[in-house]
Structures are given as structure tokens and as C-alpha cells.
Design a protein. Structure first.
Ligand code: FE2
Ligand code: FE2
Length: 307
């Protein structure tokens, strides 16, 4: 790929400097703390089953716990492609601006750390719950989904990555910190908080990368990146469906509840809707993502319903 010299060294320098200042270790977040399974783990807005009156309060709590597990499980799985994607960008031009390369490599390393954070959270949640939770991602599916995402061009990958990162801001700042500070487990809320602190640097790098990638692309090529983004969305959507089935299966196993077929359908619908709401709606309606999308291509953004 041709070298593009139009990078902004000062901005990449500032991103790395902030990243060094706010960096954390998984150990610093967990310390000697455990999750408290006697209470809800995440806000009700993450689950949205409160209207299902056939569920007891204890069963609602179990669903809340399962959704908290699903979130860290899925985030860890989705982040698998990011270091490979970023190191690919570095390999395209390893004599590029040094500050840009450093920002990309650091970004990738942080995502590896996030995956470890989420894996530790999975183990900690299961220990607190006293049972195992269903996982959509086994080794085979993780490789399959990661390959499917990486099969798409860099601009589409960078766009979905940016959307997810802005989404992680809303997961902490909007749904926990502003609206429901007392509805979340303190350790779980810290995981969201510290993840977002590093993701907020990644969004800055992501915007710079999008600008650079779009240089030299025709309007039609940029618009088609949004079709490719929707194609990645299809891959991710299948994961949501699969993880909801894992939630339903764990729920029935743990509670021993034999729900009527119509109740299972209502529960499945509610869980599918809330799963998409906390990932897709939250990410693609973030004002900053919408701004980036429209600035890049009005025609492309319209394919996501952004005008
Ligand atoms: Fe991350
Ligand atoms: Fe990130």
C-alpha cells in the first residue's frame, strides 16, 4: 500500500502520552475484590425483562447476572480481531510516522490486556454465581468470527471498531455513572470505567485512522465501506443470537424452571432486543460516531440510517 505522509504526529504523540498517564493493570482493578452475587450486576436497562411477569424476582436477578457475563464474554471475543487489524496497519508501512506506529502498537497491546481483563471477569463472575455460564465463543467460533471480520477491508473494520468504542463510553458513562450508579456491582462498574478510560484514547486514534484511510479513496469506495460495515454487522449479529441462546440454556439449567413455550418465546425476544440495544443502538447512535460517519460519506451513513 502506498505510504501516506499526511499523518498528524502531534495528535498521535498526545494520545500516547495520555495513554501512558491513565494506564492500569488488571491487578489494580481487581485487587482483593470479588463480585457480589446477592445483588444485580448491571442496570436493568441492559436486560429489559422487567415486563415479563411470569419471572420471579430471583429469576430476574439470574438474567441480570447472565447478561453481565455475556457482556464481558462477547467484548473479549469481539476484541480478538483488533490487535491483528492494527498490526496489519503497521505492517502496511513500517517506515511511517513513528508516533503513529507507536500509537497503533500501544492500542493493540491495550486490547490484548482488555481481553485478559474480560477473561478474568468471566472467571470471577462464575465464582460469585456458583455456576458456569454458557459461552458462544469456543476456540473454533472465535477463530471463525475473527477471520470473518478480518476478511473485510480496513476502513470498514476501523468504522465498526470506532462504533464499539464509543458504545463502551455509553456502557459506563451513560448507563452506569449517570443513570444507575446504585444498580451496578462496584467491581463490575470499575471494569467498565477503566475499560472506557483506555477506549477513549482509541477513539482518537480511530478517527485519525479513518481520515487517513479515506484519503485516496473515491466517494463510491468510501460509500461501499458502509456496505462492508453492514456485512460485519451480520457476523456480529449471529453472535448476539448465539449468546442469547446460551443465556436461555444457562437460565433453564440454573433455575430448573420449565417455562411454557410462549413464555420462552417472549423471554427470547426480550433478551434478543436488549442484547442488540446495548451493543448496536448504543454504538451506532452515538453522536460522535454519527458525526464521523456523515463527514465521511452522507450516502454511506444513510445506509446505517444516519442522516
Ligand atoms: Fe478494549
Ligand atoms: Fe479499543
Amino acid at each position: 500500500m502506498a505510504t501516506n505522509k499526511c499523518t498528524n504526529s502531534e495528535e498521535y504523540c498526545a494520545i500516547v502520552a495520555t495513554s501512558e498517564r491513565v494506564a492500569w493493570t488488571t491487578e489494580e482493578i481487581f485487587r482483593d475484590r470479588c463480585f457480589d452475587a446477592t445483588k444485580n450486576m448491571v442496570p436493568d436497562s441492559w436486560v429489559r425483562t422487567q415486563h415479563l411477569t411470569f419471572l420471579t424476582a430471583k429469576e430476574q436477578r439470574t438474567l441480570n447476572h447472565l447478561r453481565a457475563f455475556s457482556y464481558v464474554h462477547l467484548f473479549g471475543g469481539f476484541e480478538e480481531f483488533i490487535p491483528i487489524h492494527l498490526f496489519g496497519r503497521v505492517q502496511e508501512d513500517w517506515h511511517a510516522d513513528r508516533t503513529q506506529l507507536r500509537a497503533l502498537l500501544r492500542f493493540g497491546e491495550e486490547e490484548m490486556k482488555h481481553q485478559q481483563l474480560f477473561q478474568r471477569a468471566e472467571v470471577g463472575l462464575e465464582a460469585a454465581y456458583g455456576y458456569s455460564c454458557g459461552r458462544y465463543f469456543d476456540r473454533g467460533r472465535l477463530v471463525e468470527v475473527t477471520r470473518a471480520i478480518l476478511a473485510h477491508p480496513p476502513l470498514a473494520r476501523t468504522l465498526i471498531l470506532l462504533a464499539l468504542e464509543w458504545g463502551s463510553q455509553r456502557h459506563y458513562v451513560d448507563s452506569v455513572q449517570k443513570n444507575a450508579p446504585d444498580q451496578s456491582d462496584p467491581l463490575y462498574a470499575d471494569i467498565l470505567k477503566y475499560h472506557w478510560i483506555e477506549e477513549s484514547q482509541h477513539t482518537k486514534t480511530g478517527e485519525l485512522e479513518i481520515t487517513q484511510l479515506a484519503q485516496g479513496m473515491s466517494p463510491a469506495e468510501i460509500s461501499s465501506a458502509f456496505d462492508q460495515l453492514l456485512s460485519i454487522g451480520g457476523v456480529v449479529d449471529a453472535v448476539f443470537t448465539g449468546q442469547v441462546e446460551q443465556e436461555l440454556s444457562t437460565f433453564q439449567h440454573v433455575t430448573g424452571r420449565q417455562l411454557a413455550e410462549s413464555d420462552v418465546m417472549a423471554l427470547r425476544d426480550a433478551l434478543n432486543m436488549s442484547m442488540r440495544a446495548i451493543w448496536v443502538e448504543v454504538s451506532f447512535t452515538h453522536p460522535n460516531f454519527m458525526r464521523v460517519a456523515v463527514d465521511l460519506s452522507k450516502e454511506g451513513a444513510a445506509k446505517l440510517g444516519i442522516r
